[in-house]
Every structure is written in C-alpha cells, then in structure tokens.
Design a protein around this ligand. Structure first.
Ligand code: NAD
Length: 471
C-alpha cells in the first residue's frame, strides 16, 4: 500500500476513478461546473472498455466486414461487378487508428477542461483525519486528497465455470477484436450483443460460426418478436444457432479448442469466444478500507443520487445496477456530478435505448410486449415493415420492422422495438418521444421527411390506431 506523500497540489473537489464513458464524461461535466477534478485511469489510453476494447473497435470491424459482405453479395444487384479480397491486417490497423484518434480526443478534452489525469490504479484509503477522502495510486507514493470520489471502474468479462480462457484458442471479446487470421470454425458462447456482433464480423470474413445459447432464443432480453426475426435473418446470413445449449466447459485442445455442452456432443473449433455477460470491476479499489460493502451480485449499492453508503463516495455505470451500456454510464456520470453541485439530478431509465450493431441493426427503448403483459399494462401495438418504405427499397435494405407499443387508454408510447437498417439511429427519435411522454399519435402526426427510413417509425405509430398509410 502507498505511503502518503503530502502535496498541496494533489487536493481536489472530485476524484473520478476510471476513464471510461461514465468516468470521463463525469470528469468533463464536473470541470464545466467549476470543480477541481482529477481522473485516475490505469490504462495509458483514456476511454475505458468502450473505446479501447469494446464498442468502438467492434464498430470499426463491423463496418469493414459489412463492406466486404456488401461487395461480395450486394454490389451485383446495383449493377456493379467487383472482385473482392481483403487485408485483415489493414482492417485491424484502421480499427486501431480509429481507437487512437478517439482516445487522443479525450486527452484533448481533459486538457481543455483543466482535468488532472493520473496514470495508475486508484485505491481508496481510509479517510484522513480532516475527513477528506484519500485515493492512493497503487505502486507509487502518491495520494490524492478529495472532498468527493466517483467510482466509475466499469465491468470485466464474466467467467463461466468450466471455461478456461487462455486468451488464444479460448478468448473473450478483447482477443476476438484482434485475431490475426480468420478462424475456420468459431464457436461463440452466448447470443447476446457481443456474441452476435463479433460472430457477425467473423462470419462475414469467412468463418463458420456456431452460436451456443442457453436460453430458448437469441437476445433473450429483447422483445420476443424481435428475437425471432433476428434469428431468422441471421440464419439466412449463415450463423448457426444452438438454442437451449448450456455450455459446461471449454478449453484449448491441440491446435483448436473443444466446447462441452450439457446433454449434447462436444464441439471442436479453431477458436472459442466467451460472451456470457460482464460483471462489475472492483479489483484493487480498496473498498474494504472505506467499509463499502457490495451487493450479492458484486455491484456497488447506490441511492437515487448515485451516493453509496459512504458519505462523499458516489458510483455509476457498470459498477451499479441497471443495463451495462456506455450511454447509461454517461447519463449517470453527468447526473451524479450535477447532483453534487446543484443538489438535484434525474436519469430517465425508461428512455435508455439498447442497440445491437449487427446487419440489420436491432434497437429497442422502453418496455417489451412481454414486460407489459407481465405487469398487466393495457397496450396497443402498431407494426410496420421496412419492405413498404421507399428509402429502404432504394438502399436495398428492406428487411425488418418497427413495432410501437402504446398505452391502450392514454396512447403514451411505452416501448419501441426496431430491427432494420440504421435501427440504432432511428431509435433516438423513439427515446426522445418516451422522454417527453409523447403519444403514438404525436409521432404519427409529426412530419417525417420523405423518403427516409424514419417514415417506418411514423407508420408504425399510425398503425397503433390501424391507420398506417402505406401498409
Ligand atoms: P449478454 O448478457 O448480453 O448475453 C449473454 C448471453 O449468454 C445471454 O443470452 C445468456 O443467456 C447466454 N449464456 C449465459 N450462460 C450461458 C451458458 N452457460 N451457455 C450458453 N449461453 C449462456 O452479455 P454479452 O453479450 O457478453 O454483453 C455483455 C454486456 O455488454 C451486456 O450488458 C451488453 O448489453 C453489453 N454490450 C452492449 C453492446 C451494445 O449495446 N451494442 C455491445 C456489447 C456489449
């Protein structure tokens, strides 16, 4: 443990531990609000899992691999003849460049906002005699003094009993973003967002991909109709699914790996991707020193203002309850520091979208049909297919639909579920509608430019009352 080195300069209003989307956004907002802020991050690149080994590099590879797929399969329909080959190393280099540019952007924002960046592992120490919090930088004698601390250390890959991750043949999303060659046969454990996104990348680049999923459907948290459509479309692309498959073990074997499944024959593969979720990351944070206990799922318990049971210590993002999404962490980071300064804050959890960046994309906000039925909420559903949309047809991407769920009596929009082109962008309008308490009729009567994909949302909203125009 660090021994304290006194430095008048190392005193802050707020120390943020973790520079992922939650932490860096909170640090910037706090600085905007006039706080003296330090942000402690153990990696030399700012941006956290999302930027370094998650959302951003996966989106770069999804884009490159989708272009390969389109060139191979879709160009001909446009009258374009192309003989396509690809350079995986160049693709990886472009991905790394994308990440690099963005992490440098955050460094620039830190400088612009006067945020002190501290490289190292932040570790809570017992409070000082003057009542201030103390954050040691592990392995050094530096100790930061601060009035408040924001814990934003995110999450790490959830282990699965029996699965021996060796980082080579059996890997996680981190390794699957950097494989140097396309596996002949990839087995993905888990049909959640990571499994489907990275499974799609390697499928498009030529791998045979088998996805093993414990539940009876892909994307088990999504609206059931969306899950069903997604499975159908992904199967057409060549993804193989084994549903109801409980993986009990996986380990490297020879030049590949072997995956054991409860009650079924084992499967041999070149590589295995473990993607069965993530767990909060509190490693080495020193929470014992401040007597901060975790809940039974390893999360940091907080109140509605992100305050933990220890005065002056707040927590956000993947460390706390709720969906593990970068934009959820960002909202919480901003809200937590605004509460510190202004005494109030609000995050509308019903209006947080969830996007899976496959092709087509899948996006959802609000409640699913199953959730409304279980909660006995009376609702009407309106559905509209991209097939009847001019822009989707012109793009050659007319698969999927939009489904709007609105309260039967008030018409208030309760949930919107989209599978189709640019669903991740289209869902933004639905999130704003839910945040503003809009009705399906509000969306249906708002002018949407023609011809755009957004018209499908308008038509689905009109369909809630049986009055879609084009279908
Ligand atoms: P997930 O929780 O989304 O999906 C994991 C899947 O693994 C589930 O469908 C689960 O039923 C299945 N599973 C669990 N145990 C199993 C077993 N023994 N055998 C077979 N299947 C099993 O987790 P993820 O895809 O790893 O993603 C982790 C987190 O990161 C999630 O919270 C996710 O929302 C987030 N994330 C989001 C995005 C995005 O928004 N686009 C992308 C990547 C990750």
């Amino acid at each position: 443990m660090a021994t304290e080195k006194k430095s008048a300069d190392d005193s802050y209003d707020l120390v943020v531990i973790g520079a992922g989307p939650g932490g860096y956004t909170a640090a910037i907002r706090a600085a905007q609000l006039g706080m003296r802020v330090a942000c402690v991050e153990l990696d030399k690149q700012l941006g956290g899992t999302c930027l370094r080994i998650g959302c951003i590099p996966s989106k770069a590879l999804l884009e490159s691999s989708e272009l390969v797929h389109q060139a191979q399969h879709d160009f001909a329909a446009h009258g374009i003849q192309a003989k396509v080959s690809f350079d995986l190393a160049a693709m990886q280099k472009r991905k790394d460049g994308t990440v690099d540019g963005l992490t440098k952007g955050i460094e620039g924002l830190f400088k612009k906002n006067g945020i002190t960046r501290v490289l190292g592992r932040g570790q809570m120490l017992a409070r000082g005699e003057d009542g201030t919090h103390r954050v040691a930088i592990a392995g050094s004698d530096r100790v930061l003094h601060t009035t408040s601390v924001l814990l934003a250390t995110g999450s790490k890959v959830a282990p699965l009993r029996g699965v021996e991750v060796d980082g080579d043949r059996v890997g996680t999303s981190t390794e699957a973003l950097s494989w140097p060659e396309v596996p002949k046969h990839l087995v993905v454990i888990g049909a959640g967002a990571i499994g489907l996104e990275l499974g799609s990348v390697w499928l498009r680049l030529g791998a045979k991909v088998t996805v093993l999923e414990y539940a009876d459907r892909v994307l088990p948290g999504m609206d059931r109709e969306i899950s069903k459509e997604a499975k159908k479309l992904f199967e057409k692309q060549g993804l193989e699914f084994v549903l109801g498959a409980r993986v009990t073990g996986a380990k490297a074997a020879g030049k590949g790996a072997r995956v054991e499944i409860d009650g079924r024959d084992p499967i041999d593969a070149d590589r295995v991707l473990l993607a069965v979720g993530r767990v909060p990351c509190t490693d080495g944070l020193g929470l014992d020193a401040i007597e901060l206990a975790l809940d039974d799922r390893g999360r940091v318990p907080i109140d509605e203002h992100f305050a933990t049971s220890v005065e002056g210590v707040f927590a956000i993002g993947d460390l706390v309850q709720g969906p593990m999404l970068a934009h959820k962490a960002e909202e919480e980071g901003v809200a937590a520091v605004e509460y510190l300064v202004n005494g109030w804050c609000h995050v509308d959890y019903q209006a947080i979208p969830n996007v899976v960046y496959t092709a087509p994309e899948i996006a959802s906000v609000g409640r699913t049909e199953e959730e409304l039925i279980a909660a006995d909420v009376p609702f009407r559903a309106g559905k509209f297919h991209f097939l009847a949309n001019g822009r989707a047809r012109a793009l050659g991407q007319a698969k999927g639909f939009v489904k709007v769920l609105a309260h039967r009596d008030t018409d208030r929009v309760l949930g919107v579920h989209i599978i189709g082109p640019r669903a991740g962008d289209l869902v933004a309008e639905a999130a704003v509608a839910i945040a503003f308490g809009a009705s399906a009729e509000d969306i249906g009567r708002a002018s949407h430019a023609h011809p755009t994909l957004a018209e499908v949302l308008k038509e689905a909203a009109l369909a809630v009352h049986g009055r879609a125009i084009s279908g």
